[in-house]
Design a protein. Sequence first.
Length: 142
Amino acid sequence: MRVTMMLCLLLSVTLSACERKESAAAAIKGRACEPGVSDATCTPAATAAVARVVFVGKENACQCTRKAIDASWKALEAALGPHNRIAVEQVKVDTESDRVAPYRAKRAFMALPAMYFFDAAGGLVEMLQGEVTEEQVRAVLK
């Protein structure tokens, strides 16, 4: 039963990520972020210094999810720069679900990748999900 529920959840996350339409993203592109909610369609405002980033990806992803994961990873690397002093942890939702669970409990994600930004005390500063740009990451890191 538990395995079936996990498979259904993984399938729904994959389908929602793969079925997003460009027109839907364009329709809401410019909307302001709601407090405590960020995704690839808005630019968040950071409230505390980021000390650690957890990047949730997927080992066995479909082509469109793989594209979003790779693009978002490159955006994160570019925003952090070559002299990065922020710890970055990478976990995979399909092969390391036990490591992903604590982050998902803090704030659930609907699309991959998901990036969790934590302050030095371990408090969640922000969470971004879906294909994320370098500008969005920089806005959180400020």
